[in-house]
Design a protein around this ligand. Structure first.
Ligand SMILES: [Zn+2]
Length: 178
């Protein structure tokens, strides 16, 4: 009976080891999944490109401050604040800002956000923004503040990604767009 139990314990240990191993491997695969969940939106705004760039630049610069204010409002208990302090991280770091074409922002919680600006022939600016699912709320709020003119995007029936209306071929999967 005792011998049977120790074999059972060994089994249990083995299973726990396997579980632990799979947990250790998890972060890498979930990070890869996160990467796949990158979304792309294209907006057409009536601002000329320099104004569009400045607006986006000011907005992204304000994100860190806004986030700090929000966290202060929550006023965590002393015990929690010790924990939060330990985990304090730089939010919304602007990695690249090439006026007036590109802004690259990196956030440890919401991932990478990239804005690409293109001058539209008919006036105004085309803004293409790539972001992870976690930044969706922030991006939608930003979009609501901009003078959006026409929804200039179509959705590729093959891969489901948004593409510009005048594209005849999907730039992501190469399928012909109808
Ligand atoms: Zn496609």
């Amino acid at each position: 009976m005792a011998g049977g139990e120790s074999i059972f314990d060994m089994f249990l240990l083995l299973i726990m080891c396997c579980l632990a191993m799979s947990f250790l491997r998890r972060p890498r695969s979930s990070a890869a999944a996160e990467e796949e969940r990158i979304k792309t939106d294209v907006w057409f705004v009536s601002y000329e490109i320099n104004k569009a760039f400045d607006t986006l630049n000011d907005e992204t610069k304000s994100w860190e401050q806004k986030e700090k204010e929000q966290e202060e409002e929550k006023k965590p208990s002393r015990l929690v604040s010790v924990f939060v302090k330990r985990k304090e991280e730089e939010r919304f770091v602007i990695e690249e800002a090439i006026s007036p074409r590109l802004i690259n922002v990196a956030d440890p919680r919401e991932g990478k956000i990239t804005f690409e600006l293109i001058e539209a022939e008919e006036g105004g600016t085309l803004i293409e923004v790539s972001y992870s699912q976690k930044a969706s709320g922030r991006i939608q709020t930003l979009k609501a503040q901009l003078p959006i003119k026409v929804p200039l995007q179509n959705v590729c029936k093959s891969c489901g990604r948004p593409v510009l209306l005048d594209f005849t071929v999907c730039p992501y999967c190469g399928k012909k767009l109808s």
